[in-house]
Design a protein around this ligand. Structure first.
Ligand code: F6P
Ligand code: MG
Length: 299
């Protein structure tokens, strides 16, 4: 199977699974025992979405391995022992998934969804090895944004089918929104200085919903900047490189925006481990350039 047809099959599988994930949220708002590998409590809904996506994505010819925020190790297509995609399956793709991004929004019934990164390399992989990235936003309606070959497309998902609504998305050139995570007193001096500059720009207003895909989708729609920065108490920030930072950076960069860990594109960050965290800044190119300059001068 060519990469192009494997990627199409992944897009179909992700769209096809979205209604089941949405329906599965009902009755799965309670926590299960144990934590995910990042030390966060898991909801029954996180575990359910992870199992569905593992089954659907590993069933695709050309997908060799599956990793997720909700499990410690990579799972191989042929057995439960992962080879990270580098066994005898050369030429096949690896998927890294955040099954329910923003799942703490389930309790107050706010937006959340799924992120899927498709790497042409064993995991953990660098962002430069991405060949596609997808997010599904479970808002009042279900939408999906996929970046393939440097082009981002938005779909509405209806009954598991995807219908194109916006092709070749580019970030609006007159940005209007920003959203920054982390406790304000915990921000670094450099990021605080940057945030103060953004706040004093009268064309920008605060929009923060607590689910990265919801917040980044606002940036994709209105233009602006999203960040979950490095914190004094957590220099690597909160978000995970393989499952969150890389795929969202690939999508924003495909739409003509930029990403940064504070110094470089997220796609240039070398991974050490599967569950590495990274400071995430995404948005219009001039706002990310300004961030890098300010942080550089402020630390
Ligand atoms: O996956 C982690 C996540 O839920 C992101 O979707 C979101 O941006 C962030 O955590 C929210 O964190 P906080 O609750 O600290 O604002
Ligand atoms: Mg997440």
């Amino acid at each position: 199977m060519s990469h192009a047809s494997t990627i199409e099959a992944i897009l179909d599988a992700v769209a096809g699974t979205a209604p089941e994930i949405r329906e599965g949220l009902v009755g799965r708002r309670e926590y299960v025992e144990g934590e995910n590998p990042s030390g966060e409590d898991q909801l029954a809904a996180d575990v359910h979405a992870d199992r569905l996506l593992e089954e659907r994505l590993l069933a695709i010819d050309g997908v060799d391995s599956y990793a997720s925020e909700e499990r410690e190790a990579v799972v191989g297509a042929d057995d439960e022992t992962a080879d990270g995609g580098d066994g005898d399956s050369s030429g096949e793709l690896s998927v890294a998934v955040d099954p329910l991004d923003g799942s703490s929004n389930l309790k107050p019934n706010n937006a959340m969804g799924t992120i899927v990164a498709v790497y042409d390399a064993p995991l953990p992989a660098q962002g430069q090895d991405l060949v596609a990235a997808i997010y599904v936003l479970l808002g009042p309606i279900t939408t999906m944004v996929a970046a393939v070959d440097g082009q981002a497309t938005e779909y509405v998902v209806d009954d598991g089918d995807r219908h194109t609504v916006r092709e070749n998305i580019t970030l609006p050139g007159d940005p209007t929104v920003y959203g920054f995570g982390g406790r304000v007193p915990d921000w670094t001096e450099g990021f605080t200085e940057y945030a103060r500059g953004i706040e004093s720009d009268t064309s920008l207003k605060l929009r923060y919903g607590g689910a990265m895909i919801g917040d980044v989708n606002q940036v994709m729609t209105y233009g602006g900047v999203f960040a979950y920065p490095a914190l004094e108490s957590a220099p690597e920030g909160k978000l995970r490189l393989q499952f969150e930072g890389n795929p969202m950076a690939y999508i924003v960069e495909s739409a003509g925006g930029k990403s940064s860990d504070g110094e470089r594109s997220l796609l240039d960050v070398e991974p050490d481990g599967l569950h590495d965290r990274v400071p995430v800044h995404l948005g219009n190119a001039d706002l990310i350039d300004r961030l890098e300059t300010t942080i550089d001068g402020g630390e």
